[in-house]
Design a protein around this ligand. Structure first.
Ligand code: ASP
Length: 328
């Protein structure tokens, strides 16, 4: 069953990733001094990172904040009409509405999210404003739109001709039944800056041709994204219903807290979900990327085909194939 278990990036010993390290192993300062840290670093889902990561890197390489980096990075994808799962040009729901979900989280546990937001091109920036300007974490639908407008965002039509044609073809072929897998391209991005501050962002138009009102994992803190600067961060793409069910990103961070490397943590949660759900995962994809507080990374998916983009000082921006659990 298990295929292509590729050498992971950055496997580290148990003690070095646990709270126990402070008691009986090297401290974070020692780990950094020993050269194991990889700051700054950016990882993002899919090949959209080849365009998005450089925008994040420009901020990190100038000594900037990881939060600014992830926001700037995923805004590139939100602007890109060729990416039909994020922002402008995203596939609509089955009624022809482009509805967007996004969340963002920093190294201090501050977070913001929007869901079911329409007609605003940069939901990630609205999510950041929710985090910074309101006492809340998440705004949805009409309320999120009203808040965005009050913050000076402009309403615009996000349905491109290409996405409208794809929707009309889908209507002809699919009899209005919502699908689970018309393709996944959500961008989730994790970054650590030169000061060791982790942040993450996740933004999507969700599953193409979903039911009107459907919200996936991407704007949900703990499911689509989680950051804990004492440990690490994780983000997801794939069938959001599954990531919500297993609280995927938060669980991966907990696995790292218990001593697993980012790679081992991603694998552990996908294995757990598979052992739990098995045939119910038929036709569904689940993918995670993770980064620990040293900037070591991991990626794993349930099925083949998941790619991610890794940016480091030594390696530049590289498209990588993730290892996976099942052979199809
Ligand atoms: N996770 C997203 C959602 O379920 C979809 C995706 O990754 O493409 O909304």
């Amino acid at each position: 069953m298990e295929k292509n278990r590729q050498p992971e990036v950055g496997r580290r010993s148990f003690l070095k990733t646990t709270g126990m390290a402070a008691l009986c192993g090297p401290s974070l300062a020692q780990e950094i001094a020993s050269g194991e840290s990889r700051w700054p670093c950016v990882i993002s889902t899919w090949n959209s990172g080849l365009k998005a990561n450089p925008a994040a890197w420009a901020i990190l390489s100038g000594g900037g904040w990881a939060l600014d980096a992830v926001e700037a990075g995923v805004r590139v994808t939100e602007d890109d009409p060729e990416d039909m799962s994020v922002g402008y040009g995203g596939l609509p729901d089955r009624d022809g509405h482009v509805t967007l979900d996004a969340c963002i989280m920093d190294h201090e546990g501050n977070c913001g999210a929007v869901a079911f937001l329409q007609n605003i091109r940069h939901p990630i920036t609205v999510a950041r404003r929710v985090m910074e300007k309101t006492p809340h974490v998440m705004l949805v639908g009409e309320g999120a739109l009203r808040f965005a407008l009050s913050q000076g965002f402009q309403k615009e039509n996000l349905l491109t001709e290409k996405a409208r044609e794809a929707w009309q073809k889908w209507l002809q072929d699919n009899d209005y039944k919502p699908q689970v897998r018309p393709g996944h391209d959500t961008i989730g991005m994790l970054a650590i800056d030169v000061q060791g501050r982790l942040s993450g962002a996740c933004t999507t138009s969700g599953l193409g041709f979903k039911m009107h009102g459907r919200v996936g994992d991407s704007p949900i803190i703990g499911a689509g994204l989680y950051v804990d600067n004492n440990v690490g961060a994780a983000t997801a793409t794939g069938n959001g219903e599954e990531m919500i069910r297993c609280a995927g990103s938060a669980m991966i961070v907990e696995q790292m807290r218990q001593g697993r490397s980012p790679q081992e943590a991603c694998e552990a949660i996908i294995r757990r979900l598979y052992n739990w759900r098995k045939e119910k995962l038929q036709g569904r994809q689940v993918c995670f990327i993770a980064m620990d507080r040293l900037g070591q990374t991991g990626a794993f998916s349930l099925r083949p085909g998941f790619e991610y983009t890794l940016s480091t000082a030594e390696g530049g921006h590289r498209l990588m194939k993730a290892s996976y659990l099942l052979d199809r």
